[in-house]
Design a protein around this ligand. Structure first.
Ligand code: SAH
Length: 409
């Protein structure tokens, strides 16, 4: 068959050093040279961002041939790439039939943050989150999670990883999905992102955000060791039960206890509490005071996020004056509480606006699709995502953008 193509080749991206060595041995690399070969590859793949084996100029020809015959370094396929007027970029990526997910890059004066997805869809049904309206299709693999970082760095010409003035300086696991429901794969990918001999981001610059999967929080601290963000959004169980329904399973008291004991939390490494400002729902000044009481004793900062609307969302963003008053109470209690400016709203790239059109299909239906001639570009559905948000969202965004314009930076 002429189409032995890259699809049948194993990706080397996302393999641990041990798994990489094992894969090389299986492909016929002699045991005595496997350590050296693996470390050469590690450097080419993650420091230099090599996209193919031909680029690996210091490797012997026959070794490169062996690599080409067995492995691939392919990135996810770009379905759409959008650039916001504020410099924010959003990619819709695809790695197989129905496996589509989004990644967002947010450049700022002193940093560049990449917002990475951990799942296609989500099992959580947070009421204010657009991704929450999309059922879980599946967990992303380490290859697909890291692939988002590699693809962004390719586009931004951000190789080698060790160069000064890097463009991707921070990673936040705040794209689609709940990272603690895809623990092993997120752990494997972040280990490489934080490895000093690979993508080399410091642990402080990698943040995992969770809606509150309490039993996994200590493991995240022990085994991943990144910074932690909690999507808190409410200070009373009655309200949190409604807007972040996982709260019914793991209520506030348990969540805050897990934060109090989070391994590695300190004044130098604070836990971030995210709090989306929903008009008339969670934004009273009494709640601001309760918030500071609730997190007492936890080294914390609070991110107040103006609600980002999406078509059909059941909430509105709090009024700007209310956000300011709320922030003042939190600030006076000694917490840094930057109001997170919304970025990339014009391309639906802001917090909670991500959603792909992937739907869960039965294994049989997927097999049938895969068997057929699959040219991803023939699938019309992806194109629809590049359309601007519907009218009502646009109007809402205009109002909110003018509110944001008044915001002190
Ligand atoms: N499941 C994880 C990772 C997603 S992070 C978590 O919940 O933390 C996405 C962040 O954006 C979360 O803090 C989420 O609560 C917030 N968010 C979701 N929808 C939003 C919206 N419409 N406006 C503003 N923030 C939103």
């Amino acid at each position: 068959m002429s189409e032995v193509s890259t699809a049948s080749l194993k990706s080397l991206i996302g393999l641990s050093p041990e798994a990489l060595k094992a894969a090389l041995i299986l492909a016929g690399v002699p045991e005595k040279s496997v350590r050296m070969r693996a470390s050469q590859l590690w450097n080419w793949i993650y420091v230099h961002g090599a996209k193919d084996f031909a680029a690996m100029s210091n490797l012997a020809k026959d070794f490169r041939k062996l690599l080409e015959d067995n492995f691939t370094l392919t990135r996810p396929e770009v379905m759409t790439a959008q650039l916001s007027s504020d410099g924010t970029r959003k990619w819709l990526l695809r790695t197989g039939p129905g496996i589509e997910f989004e990644t967002v890059y947010i450049p700022e004066a002193d940093r560049g943050t990449l917002c990475v997805s951990s799942q296609v869809g989500c099992t959580l049904t947070c009421r204010f989150c657009h991704t929450g309206t999309q059922k879980l299709v599946r967990n992303l693999t380490p290859d697909e999670i890291l692939g988002q970082i590699m693809l962004a760095k390719d586009t931004l010409e951000d190789w080698p990883s060790t160069a000064p003035g890097r463009k991707v300086t921070n990673i936040v696991m705040m794209g689609m999905g709940e990272p603690l429901y895809n623990f092993d794969n997120v752990k494997a990918a972040l280990a490489i992102a934080m490895d000093g001999d690979a993508i080399a981001l410091s642990k402080r610059r990698v943040t995992l955000s969770t809606a509150g999967v309490v039993p996994m929080i200590p493991r995240a601290g022990d085994e991943i060791g990144s910074s932690l963000a909690i999507s808190l959004h409410a200070v009373r169980d009655e309200i949190r039960d409604v807007i972040v329904p996982i709260n019914k399973k793991y209520p506030l008291e348990q969540l805050l206890e897990a934060c109090r004991t989070y391994p590695g939390a300190s004044n130098a490494r604070r836990i971030t509490f995210e709090y989306v400002m929903l008009k008339g729902v969670n934004d009273s000044l009494a709640e601001a005071r309760e918030l500071v009481q609730l997190i007492k004793g936890i080294p914390a900062k609070i991110n107040l996020i103006p609600f980002n609307p999406w078509p059909g969302a059941p909430y509105e963003c709090s009024d700007w004056e209310q956000i300011e008053k709320f922030a003042e109470i939190v600030n006076r209690a000694g917490y840094a509480s930057p109001v997170r400016t919304s970025r990339g709203r014009d391309i639906m790239a802001a917090c909670g606006q991500l959603k792909s059109e992937s739907v869960k299909v039965s294994a049989a239906a997927r097999a049938a699709r895969e068997a057929g001639p699959v040219d991803p570009r023939e699938q019309p559905k992806a194109a629809s995502l590049s359309e601007p948000p519907r009218q009502e969202a646009t109007a809402m965004e205009k109002i909110q953008s003018s509110q944001l314009a008044r915001m002190p930076q």
